[in-house]
Design a protein around this ligand. Sequence first.
Ligand code: PSU
Ligand code: MN
Length: 307
Amino acid sequence: MTNFHISHGAEVAAALRDGRPVVALESTIVSHGLPRPDNLRVAREIEQAVRAAGAVPATIGMVAGRLVVGLDDEELTRLATADGVAKLSVRDLAVAAATGADGATTVAATSAVAAAAGIGVFATGGLGGVHREAAQTFDESADLVTLARTPIAVVCAGVKSILDVGATLERLETLGVAVLGYRTRRFPGFYLTDAGFDLDWSVDSPEQVADVLAAREQQGVHDGGLIVANPLPVDEQLDPALHDRTLAEGLARLERDGVTGKAVTPFLLAHFHSATEGASLAVNVRIILRNADLAARVAVATARRRA
Ligand code: PSU
Ligand code: MN
């Protein structure tokens, strides 16, 4: 019978066996979220940022039907450069494996696979969420429902303003996903430091996030995700006027071109990257590297607690 088990990169397998800190990373950001050719360079820089902070990076993706936790450089290059890499959410994983596809995992799929592999911390840029017009389209990212049932801490810079941020926060509350601001009580808006909404909780250090994770385990109430929202400093955010202009234009194009379903998010991200002539890319990279660093420090603090 064909073997559909998860494959582990050698370094990730050794780290998990020895209880050393590991940080999961997603591949949709690489294949569908960042423009080529920068995407491959950035994917490597993210892994480097995790290493620099003392953890082992485990980028997750699917290569010819093989679900890999800890892609090697050749596999990462393939997902960054090949044509026809599918965007895989949780529901797609088994179908893609059975049909031998190449695929990049979203936040939802990466979280589910990471948790199954025993990884408790995940770094990304922005989460998916409730899209604008969702009352008509029902377009809500599977990231939200997946985080409701997946025990993992996700370090991100909130959600992009391409989404309905208020509705996304309401859904996270309903779904039982805790949202902690990292040194802030305001929910970040990815390119923007502040998306305009208050948070109930703020944590000040990686150790405090590790305490929250330990408390959940000791309480026995830990089947869901935990979001650590890490904002960019104000002086590093995208110029708000440029942001607002680009967003309005992107939403108009979306409607004009009739883009729907899983193509919506990559379409809007690509619009930002081309319309801002690289400004949004630079901000995006900065966000991911900061999140990779913080996630690695959370993983280190968690591993120390367990040692
Ligand atoms: N938001 C971003 N950048 C991204 C994504 C979201 O700011 O690259 C990607 C993530 O992989 C996320 C996915 O899980 O898009 C959400 O897509 P959808 O809205 O189709 O669920
Ligand atoms: Mn969607």
